[in-house]
Design a protein around this ligand. Structure first.
Ligand code: PMP
Length: 294
């Protein structure tokens, strides 16, 4: 964990930042968060946050779902992110974790489970984190399903929903897989524990559409644009499980996993069981834009 953290308008020593045990975000999971990678570059200087403003736009959306209006604009938060890296004198790749959490009842709000009338805080911390770009994944299929949109807005990155991801990861890693695929309540493909999933079938890229209750990933959108630019047909629609097994390539995409070719699903090899042609080109493209892009 970094030495300095940002908390509600002040820079604090992480070790000195204490929160009351009664905060609602802790008790009920009423918090929204983001994960942003910052990449070091061959030209030196501090690592540069990748697509920070897009992450903060999603944080604003997530906060709306929790009836929180953030005072800071996306540009201000992006600037604070760079300042966090500089204050901690970080020179290598790192991962920034912004979190907005519900705190205490405002005067006049009765005790109980509710969103209205509860205060909030915002914090930014960071941890050093090396890139894992191109590492392959043996994917298992979890019995835990993705939290349906009808229960919690899937487009918001809300802390409480990650209990499902954690259960799925524990289940699949205990069976020897690297990561977990969560299905929708209807049994279609949703997404992995903390990443979106994209299939290549011939000249087509297929990925579950947003109506499947997935998180609208920033990496997903970047990869779909890259697919279009490289003349693939991009198709966002409900995806049946069987389509995974028949795909030429399956790829996990997300801030944490970056670009990770899936070599097998439930022990069944995908394609020839190694990194496919499209994945290899995509990995190089991703390396270029994260390391050298302005
Ligand atoms: N789905 C879930 C459940 C996630 O936690 C993440 C990581 N934020 C993603 C997909 C990928 O999103 P992004 O590319 O914006 O990191």
């Amino acid at each position: 964990m970094s030495t300095y953290a940002y908390l509600d308008g002040a820079w604090v020593n992480s070790a000195d930042a204490h929160l009351p045990l009664s905060i609602q975000g802790l008790q009920y999971g009423t918090a929204a968060f983001e994960g942003i990678r910052a990449y070091s570059c061959h030209t030196g200087g501090f690592p540069r946050p990748f697509m920070a403003e897009e992450h903060y736009e999603r944080l604003h959306t997530s906060c709306e779902a929790l009836r929180i209006t953030l005072d800071n604009s996306c540009a201000e938060l992006a600037a604070l992110t760079s300042e966090l890296i500089e204050r901690n004198a970080i020179r290598d790749d790192c991962y920034i974790r912004p979190v907005v959490f519900k705190t205490m009842f405002l005067p006049g709000t009765p005790f109980g489970v509710r969103l209205a009338g509860v205060g909030h805080s915002i914090a930014l911390t960071l941890v050093p984190m090396k890139s894992r770009l191109g590492e392959t994944t043996r994917l298992g299929i979890a019995t835990t399903r993705r939290v349906p949109d009808a229960s919690m807005p899937a487009r918001a990155k809300i802390s409480g929903a990650y209990v499902a991801s954690a259960l799925a990861v524990d289940e699949c890693t205990a069976s020897g897989y690297d990561d977990a695929l969560l299905l929708t309540s209807e049994g279609r493909v949703a997404e992995a524990a903390t990443s979106n999933i994209i299939l290549r079938h011939g000249g087509e890229l297929v990925t579950p559409s947003l109506d499947q209750g997935i998180l609208p990933g920033i990496t997903r959108s970047l990869v779909l644009t890259y697919g279009r630019e490289t003349s693939l047909n991009v198709c966002e629609r409900p995806v049946e499980l069987i389509e995974l097994f028949n795909a030429d390539e399956v790829i996990l995409v997300g801030t944490g996993v970056e670009i990770s070719p899936v070599t097998s699903v439930s022990g069944n090899p995908i394609g020839n069981g190694t990194t496919g042609e499209f994945s290899a080109a995509l990995i190089e493209y991703f390396r270029k834009i994260t390391r050298f892009a302005e």
